[in-house]
Design a protein around this ligand. Structure first.
Ligand code: SER
Length: 314
């Protein structure tokens, strides 16, 4: 098979597990990982690795040509909380990296792109419950604005130039292998680490903050699933709604207590509360289910069981 994959941002929360899974599914030498800095031993020894700045078009083009890349997964981004602190840097990274890969595909140097969008594309005026695929979208964060703009550009490059770009609006992602960095949903990972270490967690989101979430294995399966779907099944070229579960910090704490009865949660809101307040509580993902067969496998109970048993062994 001539498929050769490049992952940009391979050392991040999603990139780490995506790279491992792609190296399992395809020949590892045909899966090229890249990031701005080196990764851990598994990352560096499991297959080819390139140091790559996602904002540098020439550098990406060089890697693409040298490795005869066909498919690019662009996982480099600045997430919601960090981008509020560095708005211009967030915008620059999120948009320039996307234009780099869209233009490479337009010039026929690559065949297929995966680009992640997010529930952050929605804003305070969006219906919060069972948020539809197509609805009011007035994002109020730098990250959300970059993702919504990105969605428009993805659709534009598909319509105008026939670029095969595929995208998912990820909910908050929960994983034990790599920590998230700079997101508003990061509490849902940190809480497990603190529950095991200190039996206590102070949440920066308040008790009522219900957000859509997903266990990482589901997110990876969706990502590879949409990329492997036949081209005629991909009807939406902006980005697909995707869902698995929704919960608030109290419900998450209750599911942790099933395993660690002494666990206690406290609350101290910070600036991330205002970001979370603009996002949906739950997502209608019926288009993804219908078009390319998406179906989640992990609920909160199962997620907590896996998170706690794996983090305990560390
Ligand atoms: N999980 C991301 C964040 O919190 C949203 O895509 O920024």
């Amino acid at each position: 098979m001539k498929k050769r994959i490049l992952i940009i941002g391979a050392c991040g929360q999603i990139g780490t597990e995506l790279t491992a899974q792609l190296r399992k599914l395809y020949e590892p030498r045909k899966v090229i990982a890249s990031d701005i800095r080196e990764g851990d031993d598994d990352m560096m020894q499991g297959g080819p690795f390139e140091i790559l700045d996602a904002t540098n078009y020439d550098a990406i083009q060089d890697v693409v040509i040298r490795h005869e890349i066909t498919d690019v997964y662009l996982m480099a981004a600045m997430l919601s909380a960090t981008a509020e602190k560095f708005p211009m840097r967030g915008w620059e990274l999120n948009m320039t990296s996307l234009f780099n890969v869209l233009n490479l595909a337009k010039d026929k140097k690559i065949e297929k792109i995966f680009w992640p969008s997010s529930i952050a594309v929605f804003g305070p005026s969006t219906p919060k419950v069972n948020t539809p695929q197509r609805t009011i979208m007035e994002p109020s964060t730098v990250y959300g604005i970059s993702k919504q703009t990105g969605e428009r550009w993805c659709e534009y490059f598909f319509e105008r130039y026939g670029v095969d770009v595929r995208s998912i609006r990820y909910p908050g992602l929960i994983s034990y292998k790599t920590l998230p960095g700079g997101g508003t949903t990061d509490y849902a990972v940190d809480i497990y680490h603190k529950a095991i270490k200190h039996k206590k967690y102070i949440s920066f989101l308040n008790a009522e903050t219900t957000l859509p979430m997903m266990f990482m294995d589901d997110a990876i399966r969706a990502t590879i699933g949409i990329m492997e779907a036949s081209i005629s099944d991909i009807k939406i070229r902006s980005s697909y709604n995707l869902a698995a579960m929704s919960f608030n910090p109290v419900e998450l704490a209750a599911s942790i207590k099933e395993h660690i009865p002494e666990f206690e949660i406290g609350f101290e809101e910070d600036f991330r509360q205002a970001i979370a307040d603009t996002w949906p509580q739950s997502i209608d993902d019926s288009e993804a289910r219908k078009d390319w067969g998406w179906k989640p496998e992990f609920d909160l109970e199962e997620t907590s069981r896996i998170m706690i048993s794996n983090l305990k062994d560390e």
